[in-house]
Each structure stands twice: as structure tokens, then as C-alpha cells.
Design a protein around this ligand. Sequence first.
Ligand code: F0G
Length: 466
Amino acid sequence: MTRRTSWAEPWKIKVVESIKMTTREQREVAIRDAGYNTFLLKSEDCYIDLLTDSGTNAMSDNQWAGMMLGDEAYAGSRNFYALESAVQTYYGYEYLIPTHQGRGAENILSKILIKDGDYVPGNMYFTTTRLHQELAGGTFRDVIIDEAHDPASEHPFKGNVDLDKVKALVAEVGADRIAYITIGVTVNLAGGQPVSMANLREVSTYCHDTGITVILDATRAVENAWFIQQREKGYGDKSVAQILRAMCDLTDGATMSGKKDSLVNIGGWLAVRDRKVAEQAQNLVVVYEGLHTYGGMAGRDMEAMARGIVESVQDDHMRSRIGQVQYLGQKLIDAGVPVVHPIGGHAVFLDAAAILPHIPRDKFPAQALAAALYVESGIRSMERGAVSAGRDAKTGENRYPKLELVRLTIPRRVYTQAHMDVTAESVMEVFDHRDKVRGLEFLYEPEYLRFFQARFGTVGGDGIFA
Ligand code: F0G
């Protein structure tokens, strides 16, 4: 029985949504009007939309059926209890505080645990996470292993925490100045790279011995569990659900954007084991999100998420979800396009610094590459480089992270393998004309999370291609 080596999606399609191809001329106008920022494009002007995997998932018939069972009571909705039970079962945390999405949870957690002047180590920054930590008076410190900053490194767990960096921070500032450590699984900005169970255990043991709280950014934790199953010795015969639970068991709480792993379009949560922290969070959520039994979500949204959590931890779902990302990545690797290695869980990351060496960092090669790909093909991607990194909170200088990337993010259960083929060919087409791509400069730069709303103009002439 060796002929059958392919996998197929564990579902069939019941409803479809039309997408439309535009002309190159239309796209040139659209991207200029959008200030060369793919976030400012209209969705209907995008052919294959790989901007993000956040809230862009297709729900199942079972989730849609659950939407009809929304209990829209202001307080004590039965869907809250369904969600609470799903989180307790699959993630294992005792107290659940729902929020409208991940950053709502980050805001509340940061306000509770961070005192002015505290430090918050984490395995690479995430945009909203770090901003909430800074707004709460904290300073973020990157404690990810050095390999994470090298796009070519094939380290199987590039998201791992470098425990020596954590120890050095403890020696420098003292454990009592460390509010908590955030461990992102997988690490979005490193390329969707996983953290190993061994690393999580080692970090958790050290932090707990030292009195440091361990918070998981569980946004893509199920994808991380799949990588542990595939790559880490001793986990090959464990289910994704078992591994997820074992990961969470090593931590004290989690923030979650349900818009990714949980196969929904909106929603998030904060979950903790400590009753006192839970009480503070239940109190603060009322100020910023909504009552503690809905936290900004409709009853139907909570039901869809509860059902999505169960679907998300099925091994065959994860195999096809990540299998599709790997399929696209392998095509680009085979074509010689520089990408982040190994291919991550939710996206393929193009190495814009390597593809466009003629564009200096302060002319934002990744932003330019995303614009060029759109003009070439109608495919929408996202910059994950210096524009996303923003300015240093203290000096106001541009931050230049080692990675200057364009993310081709794959929504869950939305596109077919044929869309991946077209995407790969489109990237190759831009790659062939890479020396013609122009750099960009800011025309408008918002103060917070500038990548969402910034506008740019091309350098050295009109149009993204010379
Ligand atoms: N943490 C991680 C690792 C994320 O990727 C995101 C969102 C958040 C937290 C915040 O969650 O959007 O629900 O408020 N990432 C999206 C993305 C925006 O496109 O990567 P949110």
C-alpha cells in the first residue's frame, strides 16, 4: 500500500464565494490609491487574499448551525458556558475571560500584571502584544534563539526560547522586575516557527523556580502541537489534542486570538489558573470589552468558537491545513525563491531583503515587494519587516529587525491547491523582474501600529515597477 502518498482535505465544499481578477492597469491605480499599503486595498480588488489568516477562515456547517443557537442574553449566555467548557477541556485553564479578539486579552493581561518599569521577555515580539506591554509601562526583551533571526537556518524549533537570555535578564534587572514571560507558539514574525515541548518545559521549570509567571500566546498553539507531533522525539504517537494540553499544562495562563486556530471570524480570550488574576480580569473586561460572560462577542460567535476549537484539534484537519502551507512553500523553494526556512505553520515568508538587495532598508523592501506582487497578480500579502516593527518607544528611531519579510498567509479551509499553484507562479514572475521594483518612502505615518494605516510613495519615479 505505498501508491497513495497524497493527503486530501477532510471536508468537501458546500458554499462558494466568487473572486474577481482585475487588470494590471486597475491594480496599478488601486495600489497607488492605497498608498502602496496592502492593508488599504479594497478586498474586492484582491484576487487571492493572503493578507492574513486572522478571521479569514471558512466555518463548517456545524459551526454555522451553532450560529443559529446563539443565546444573545446580556448575561450568562449558554454559549459562554460552551466556550468555557471547550477551553477547559482542550487548553486546560480554569478561568476563561472572553474578549473581542486577541489584543483585547493582551490589553487586560498587560494592565493587570505589568507595573511601570517592569520587563516582559518574549520569544520575538508581536506587534499588538508588545504595544500593550509598552502602553502598560513595560519594556519588551527578545529572548528567542539566534537561529530565529536567520531565514536560512533549518532549526526544527526556531521559535524556542534561549534560556540563557532569560537568565541574563534576571541577572540584570532581578526576577521581581519581570512581570511575566510571553511564549508565542508558533512564532508569527519568525515565520510561523514552532517551540518544542522540551524547550517549553525547560523554560517553564526555570521560570517557576524563579517566581516568573509563564503566559502562552496560544493564538496558533494547535499548529505548534502539530509540529511537535511531526518533529519531536516521543510525540509521534500522541494526538494533536494531547500535545496541546501538555503544552498548556506548563504555563500559568494564555492570551488567544480565536481568529486563527479556532476557525472563526472574530473572538478571543484570556485564560488563567490564578483566581485572583481571574477576578481582576473579570473586572477589567467589563471596562474595555463587555460583561465577563461575553467580552465583546455575540453569543453566536462564542458558539462558533466553541465548535471551532473541537474541529481545530483534529489531526486530519491540521495535516491538511499545514500541508497546504508546506505545498506552497516547497514550490517556491524548488523555484529558487528566497523564503524563510523551514516553512512555518500559517504562512510562507518571502525573504524580501534577499530578493530586493538593491532597495535599502529605509526604503522598505518588503513593503515594496508586497505592492509589486499585488500589481503583478492581484495577490494580496503583508509586509513583516521594518514597517511592522515601528519605532523604538524611547528613541523614536526606526527599528530594523533582522528579518525583512513578506508574508503569504493562508486562511484555513478557504483556498485550493490550484490557488497555491497560481500564487507560486505569480511570486516567480515578480522574482524574475525583481531588479525593476522601486523602494518606498512614507507619506503618512500613524503613531501606533503604523503598518496598518501608513501611506507611501515610490522612490525614483511613478509606479512600483521601473
Ligand atoms: N498574537 C499573535 C501571535 C497574533 O498573530 C495576533 C494577530 C495577535 C496576538 C493579536 O490578535 O488580531 O485577534 O487582536 N495576528 C494577526 C496577523 C493580526 O495577521 O498575524 P488579534
